[in-house]
Design a protein around this ligand. Structure first.
Ligand SMILES: Cc1cc2nc3c(=O)[nH]c(=O)nc-3n(C[C@H](O)[C@H](O)[C@H](O)COP(=O)(O)O)c2cc1C
Length: 217
């Protein structure tokens, strides 16, 4: 690849504006509005979010997961709790979530403490998933090395033999996480890089009242 044009790779952001008067007083409502806009615009993977964790040495790690639920209590995703991210969260239960909806020229950043969800909720979501996803989830030990793809395919085939009715059980280590936000930022790209940014902050998760502050771009 020729990288000569990387420094020229940019575009101007002119799709929309974000004013203080446009913001909902509650960030969950504001997020609802923006996610709805992303879904109305039929964006691919509108619910995909980068989750950043840090291990106890301070090394950050990030990866994409899918948002599965949110409300005033926080933001939920499902994964393996003994995966790399699960181990990092066990060491340091703080995380950051990032959504980038490029067609809308919008970014949302969310930060807070993370807790494991009740296994009953994991059951509810796990058993609602398509059969293929459930078998793959049961066959994988996420983040561990595997010598070859065929090893995974053989495990899936064996699980199908053991559970011909399709009812493969949820692995104990497969479950949800809840991030309870204390800081959320809504970023709207603007012309000439003079972007609009607002943060919602609260001192702790018990506080229902949010402060809203405009940040310089
Ligand atoms: C669009 C997209 C959606 C994903 N959704 C999930 C998800 O919901 N849960 C999950 O565990 N991994 C999901 N992944 C895979 C993760 O990015 C990652 O590879 C995996 O969770 C292992 O991460 P870890 O080794 O840091 O724990 C998704 C990846 C992409 C690109």
């Amino acid at each position: 690849m020729n990288q000569d044009d990387l420094i020229e790779a940019r575009r101007d952001y002119t799709a929309d504006t974000l004013r203080r008067v446009d913001l909902a007083s509650n960030p969950t409502k504001q997020f609802t509005n923006w996610l709805q806009d992303a879904r109305n615009a039929k964006l691919i993977d509108a619910t995909a979010m980068v989750v950043a964790t840090a291990d106890n040495s301070g090394q950050p790690h990030s990866r994409v997961v899918l948002l599965k639920h949110f409300d005033d209590a926080g933001f939920i995703w499902y994964t393996y709790q003994e995966s790399d991210k699960g181990q990092q969260l066990a060491e340091n239960p703080q995380a950051a979530i990032l959504f980038y909806w490029r067609e809308l020229e919008r970014q949302v950043r969310i930060e807070g403490a993370v807790t494991k969800l009740d296994p009953a909720l994991a059951d509810e979501y796990f058993y609602s998933r398509p059969e293929g996803s459930r078998f793959s989830a049961a066959a994988s030990v996420q983040s561990q090395p595997v010598s070859d793809r065929s090893v995974l395919e053989q495990r899936v085939a064996k699980l199908h033999e053991e559970h011909p009715d399709g009812n493969v059980p949820r692995p104990d280590v497969w479950g949800g996480y809840l991030l309870q936000p204390v800081r959320l930022e809504f970023w709207q790209g603007r012309a000439d890089r003079l972007h609009d940014r607002f943060i919602y902050t609260r001192p702790n998760v018990e506080t229902e009242q949010w402060d809203i502050t405009r940040l310089q771009p």
